[in-house]
Design a binder for this molecule. Sequence first.
Ligand code: ADP
Length: 388
Amino acid sequence: MATVDVPLLEMGAPAEALVQAGDFLDAGVLAVDAALAVRGWNRWLEVATGWSAAEVVGRPLLDVFPALAGTRAEAAFRRALEGETVVLSHRFHEYLLPLPCDPAFPGYERMQQSARIAPLFSAGRPDGAVALVQDVTERVTMEAELRAALERAEGASLAKSEFMAAMSHELRTPLGAIIGYSDLLETEVIGPLSERQKEHMRRMKMGAWHLLGIIEEILTFSRLDAGREPVHAERVDPARIAADAVAMVEPQAQQKGLELRVHLPAQAPEISTDAGKLRQVLVNLLGNAVKFTDRGEVSLRMWSDPEVLYVEVSDTGPGIPPEYLERIFEPFTQVDSSHTRVKGGTGLGLPVSRRLARLLGGELEVASTVGQGSRFTVTHPVHPGEAA
Ligand code: ADP
């Protein structure tokens, strides 16, 4: 809507100037007198209607546009004649004047408009009205297209999440059978196994467990994406959760000769959280740190202020290039170098972790210097219901 402030516009020369100014503003300007007869009709309206000013000026407005009779548009003109300024925004009234629509926008029968109808004064009293009309058909069309595209994208994303959830579920069942029967064979109740067979069985099971882990991750991701992950909050000691997570990665760290440092506060504040989810985030971060670091150390540090609990997992690994610092939180993104490619993984760990951290009311951030290492920081509100 053009914001031409016309609080006390005089009938006569100033109104005439406004009628002409409309062409510069790319707006239609229509002036009427106190009897609702057309007094001003600018070039823009001539083009929009195909009627020249000479044909229209002097005729009653409702004769020029019979369709206006009894509509909000007529009411707006009448209110302006009583001294009120009326804005008919497109959102609530599609148009003021029944003007034809540009054929480039076949979705609309009439030109979509935003309009302002203001009084014209003569010796301090309302004595006419002027309407300023803008064509917003293109903007409205674009907005509708954008909305439709957004709905399609959201629909497609939901369909993808549902597909992933269904597929993961279907994979989990037979995998459970593989693990179950391997367990049974290992007990040797069915028959004795040679050492070689036992070793093969062990590897088979390791592979199956690994696959199951990936499937669980995909399932969690699709549930989070669809907003269907339930939170089971309870009062917990976060230092305990961190210690549990550290214990889970200790064997791999030891195997790689990495030092695992843990700094926990003497007295961490008790928090209300879903312990399983917080542990999963920390295990993911520690697991990545150990996976990508070949020399040096991995450390976990926890501290808090009155509102926020912080848990930082840092490593002396290869680091993450700046252009990847945000992208690694997008699903299926891995830093594109042979170094990280050979480490395996799904590229879902961090997206899942960030979504989980946010679900718990916190955040997950990263800072890194290539060649020096990475630092992931999880925040969590100390008091329930507070975003960190
Ligand atoms: P995944 O580890 O399964 O590939 P993630 O989402 O956990 O998936 O991580 C995405 C990518 O971010 C990894 O593939 C790796 O390139 C990079 N990355 C994550 N953590 C680290 C880290 N501690 N050091 C270096 N790179 C990392």
